[in-house]
Design a protein around this ligand. Structure first.
Ligand code: GDP
Ligand code: MG
Length: 429
């Protein structure tokens, strides 16, 4: 998406005269890219209309930075769609809140319930999980396993078939035990059917949740709006969590879910594991959606993990695009501390996940560790042969490492010319 949008903006910038036609062509191109990213058709069309109103053709003609003006307008419009105007209900530590999770089967509810509980537990809350999914065989076992792993109290039954009864019993029990975050996991069935929505309505009526969270799989594409709306019509959805953002989905469905539920996205799921869960933040999300990268997030990480006295030099090198093998090697321990390396790189502008395939981060990490700090530009065949012999490896291994380095170098080269903001003066654009 980022690529197509930059291309459209570039083409427009190259035009000598920016008239209505050139602007329209550009906006159509952007529209196409957004649709391909699963942003709902109506949202895209409204956005196009708004941008035309905002962008003043005379300003564009007067030689202002056209690309930047339009990019900023697209950015602002997307941010606006993701902001429903009021924050989600925020549970308070120490005061019992009931949070009910709804969503289709397979959307990631049970996994996300546990992540949500675990996230709060780490911050000193006393969460508890209630399994009110009596529809799917094995639902209780799954929740039990997750909860046990995270050491979170849970409630459920193998015998009882009435989800309302279990939900009420569980909530009552954990209220008595002074839990402050009582999380109710529900059934999803496999499609939107009347029986499911009726069940959600009943569980909600009986447990009186303070917050209903709609969980949506990011890969459902254009179906997002209708699905979110269907849930909103049966229960009082107050927040959204988008799952499987680590996959191929482009994330445009998040905009539809917010528009349909008039509720904000509060977290995103980025993997199957308990800690692959991130607080949702509008601006970095839109930056990434547009392929502009999340420089401020990346810089925050750098400031967080690289020792203070090494920061200026590293930042300088990064901005020169001179991230050499030696620096990479020297800084490797720090970079590892930044988290799974793929996640860190995904914050960079123009990053494509193909450069660092998921599941191969460990491999890449191990390979970089093996690399010595030699200058790869001088790496010719005989040198490779020598290194192979010297380290007791096959020449193929050395070549593989060089490929790995080239891939990384390609990523780092994107940093070239990057303006490095100082801590505290970071912007998404
Ligand atoms: P439920 O039917 O809505 O309760 O969905 P589950 O929690 O059982 O999840 C369905 C599948 O999606 C499971 O295999 C989960 O491991 C997987 N899953 C859930 N969230 C994520 C995520 O953020 N990323 C990935 N890759 N998989 C996820
Ligand atoms: Mg489930």
């Amino acid at each position: 998406l980022g690529g197509s949008i930059s291309r459209a903006l570039q083409q427009m910038s190259n035009a000598t005269i920016i008239d209505e036609k050139v602007l329209n062509d550009c906006l159509n191109e952007i529209t196409r890219a957004l649709l391909q990213s699963d942003v709902q058709f109506k949202l895209v069309r409204d956005m196009q209309t708004n941008i035309k109103k905002i962008v003043n053709l005379d300003d564009l003609a007067a030689g202002h930075n056209k690309r930047r003006i339009i990019q900023q307008a697209v950015f602002n419009e997307l941010c606006k769609i993701l902001d429903p105007g009021k924050p989600a209900f925020a549970p308070k530590k120490g005061k019992a809140s009931v949070v009910m999770f709804v969503g289709l089967q397979g959307s990631g509810k049970t996994t996300t319930c546990t992540k949500y509980a675990f996230y709060h537990q780490k911050k000193g809350w006393k969460p508890a999980l209630v399994c009110a999914d009596t529809f799917r065989a094995g639902a209780f076992d799954q929740l039990k396993q997750n909860a046990t792993k995270a050491k979170i109290p849970f409630y459920g039954s193998y015998m009882e078939s009435d989800p309302v009864k279990i939900a009420v019993e569980g909530v009552d029990r954990f209220r008595k035990e002074n839990c402050d975050l009582i999380i109710v996991d529900t059934s999803g069935r496999h499609k939107q059917e009347a029986a499911l929505f009726e069940e959600m309505r009943q569980v909600s009526e009986a447990t009186k949740p303070d917050l209903v969270i709609f969980v949506m799989d990011s890969s459902i594409g254009q179906a997002a709006f209708d699905q979110a709306q269907a849930f909103k019509q049966s229960v009082a959805v107050g927040a959204v969590i988008i799952t499987k953002m680590d996959g191929h989905a482009k994330g445009g469905g998040a905009l539809s879910a917010v528009a349909a539920t008039k509720s904000p996205v509060i977290f995103i799921g980025t993997g199957e594991h308990m800690d692959e869960f991130e607080v949702f933040d509008v601006k970095p999300f839109v930056s990434r959606l547009l392929g502009m990268g999340d420089i401020s997030g990346f810089m925050d990480k750098i400031h967080e993990v690289v020792p203070m006295d090494q920061q200026p030099e590293l930042l300088q090198k990064l901005s020169e695009g001179n991230f050499t093998l030696r620096i990479m090697y020297e800084q490797f321990q720090n970079i590892l501390k930044m988290g799974p390396i793929g996640q860190v790189f995904s914050m960079l502008p123009g990053f494509s996940s193909e450069l660092m395939p998921k599941g191969r981060e460990k491999e890449s990490q191990a390979k970089i560790k093996q690399l010595d700090s030699s200058n790869p530009k001088l790496m010719n065949d005989s040198r490779m042969m020598r290194i192979a012999r010297g380290s007791g490896r096959q020449i193929r291994d050395v070549m593989e490492m060089m490929e790995e380095y080239k891939r990384l170098a390609k990523i780092w080269s994107k940093m070239k010319g990057l303006k490095i903001p100082k801590k505290g003066e970071m912007s998404a654009l």
